[in-house]
Design a protein around this ligand. Structure first.
Ligand code: GDP
Length: 445
């Protein structure tokens, strides 16, 4: 779902993640596209504007400062903001059905999926919560609608109120209440009539039913594909009847996620469930994290951050390799490698990963090449100046002494390190010519 929005956003973020640092201008450019994407996805103008503003404020404060992947930080901020807007209820799937028989009023336009959702929820309450549910259709204008609910009831094994011709909706609602009490039901669900558009009669009818039974929950069913319209419908129903939550249907289609976002922002009503198909099981509790992830086309933000990081590392590796091939391997490179080795579980495990190096690793460790040595070598490099690290050949005897002393070590250790660095530089150059370097580095990344 939400293909158009997610495609657009991932395009924006792809571009961002490829840049090293994120300027204010970058944030602005990215957010401009986020805004366009939201509008295209049928998010209302004011909601899109507010959303982008909130993200901009948060992003400008932190994105540029602390992350190695600032683009990802913006992604994370956009994601978090989406979650925060979408979150409406700590436990959206929990229906208030504590005092039996609890009435649940289902409202919405015709074709929104109201009858289907009524049956889906009845099935859920029966099977998951062990509740006894009675369903009643109040759609006196369309006998077919009443029969539809009856058929669904038989299909899922939930009772429906027997159809009596000529009754008005309020009378049916009252009969349902009586029957639910007498029959020992926990819940009775009232599927009100729908219209293609909101009109006064529809609203008046729903209001009369509401006053007759005082529902514990009034759930508004809206077609998630209708975008902006859905928001207008929700506002109208909430103003006139008062709803306790929203069910967004057809979220299985490649619809526009905009409805979910604007719905929350404009009505302030929690989205409680999402419909994900025509089957009776195709309903799920609304999860802000999940919807946000899907709006962004990034189900798992962690995976994405990792991926972006890998991209950057790969780019750095590429650059490094080009230098190595020319025999340019200085102390900074060596330090990075030593640190990498430490991080990856030391010399032995690292060498074990390179083909044919397992045996060498054992020899190395028995010769004192261990993590302690790695740390000593890093200390030596740390006590060099920037210039010396970039060009260790410059080192003269007096400086060598100072460096060794600075690290609390002997000059002989420093000489060993220098020799190692030169050997590495030579080896890299040779390997580079044979294409082996590329392979070896792949194994290390
Ligand atoms: P009502 O007029 O509001 O009662 O709408 P219905 O419950 O009769 O649903 C209209 C059509 O939408 C039916 O064909 C349903 O199967 C279908 N429908 C309902 N909910 C969903 C959903 O979440 N996903 C999909 N794909 N179809 C749905």
């Amino acid at each position: 779902m939400f293909e158009s929005l997610s495609d657009r956003l991932s395009g924006v973020f792809d571009r961002l993640t490829k840049q090293g640092a994120l300027s204010d201008e970058d944030v602005k450019t990215a957010l401009r596209e986020v805004r366009v994407a939201l509008l295209e996805a049928d998010v209302s103008l004011s909601v899109a504007r507010d959303f982008v503003k909130a993200v901009q404020e948060k992003a400008t404060g932190q994105a540029v400062t602390k992350s190695i992947t600032p683009g990802q930080q913006v992604v994370k901020i956009v994601h978090d903001e989406l979650v925060s807007v979408l979150t409406g209820d700590s436990d959206p799937g929990k229906l208030k059905i504590d005092s039996p028989p609890a009435p649940i009023l289902m409202v919405g336009l015709q074709g929104s999926g109201k009858t289907t959702t009524t049956a889906k929820l009845a099935k859920r309450l029966t099977e998951r919560d062990g509740k006894r549910v009675l369903m009643a259709s109040l759609d006196v204008n369309r006998p077919a609608a009443m029969e539809q609910l009856e058929i669904l009831g038989r299909q899922i094994g939930v009772d429906t109120l027997p159809i009596v011709k000529g009754e008005d909706p309020v009378a049916i609602a009252k009969r349902a209440k009586t029957q639910a009490s007498l029959g020992g039901y926990d819940v009775y669900m009232l599927d009100t009539a729908g219209r293609l558009h909101i009109d006064q009669e529809l609203i008046a009818q729903a209001a009369a039913v509401r006053d007759a039974v005082t529902p514990r929950e009034t759930l508004l069913v809206v077609d998630g594909l209708t975008g902006q319209d859905a928001v207008n419908v929700a506002t109208e129903f909430d103003d006139k009847i008062g709803v306790s939550g929203v069910v967004l249907t057809r979220m299985d289609g490649d619809g526009r996620g905009g409805a979910a976002l604007s719905m929350r922002k404009v009505t302030g009503k929690p989205i409680r469930f999402v419909g994900l198909g025509e089957k009776m099981d195709a309903i799920e509790t609304f999860e802000a994290e999940r919807i946000a992830g899907r709006i962004l086309g990034m189900g798992d933000i962690v995976a994405l951050v990792e991926k972006a990081q890998a991209t950057i590392e790969a780019e750095q590796a590429e650059k490094m390799m080009k230098r190595f091939q020319k025999g340019r391997f200085n102390m900074n490179d060596l330090k990075m490698q030593l640190e990498q080795m430490l991080k990856m579980g030391g010399m032995e495990s690292l060498m074990g990963m390179l083909p044919g190096m397992g045996k060498m690793a054992k020899q190395a460790s028995s010769a004192g090449f261990d993590d302690k040595m790695l740390k000593r070598q890093i200390a030596l490099i740390n006590s060099m100046t920037k210039r010396e690290r970039a060009n260790p050949d410059l080192l003269q005897a007096s400086r060598k002494k100072r460096i060794a002393k600075g690290a609390g070590l002997e000059v002989s250790e420093l000489n060993k390190l220098l020799k190692q660095q030169r050997q590495m530089a030579d080896m890299m150059k040779k390997m580079g010519k044979g294409g082996m370097l590329k392979q070896a580095m792949k194994g290390m990344m």
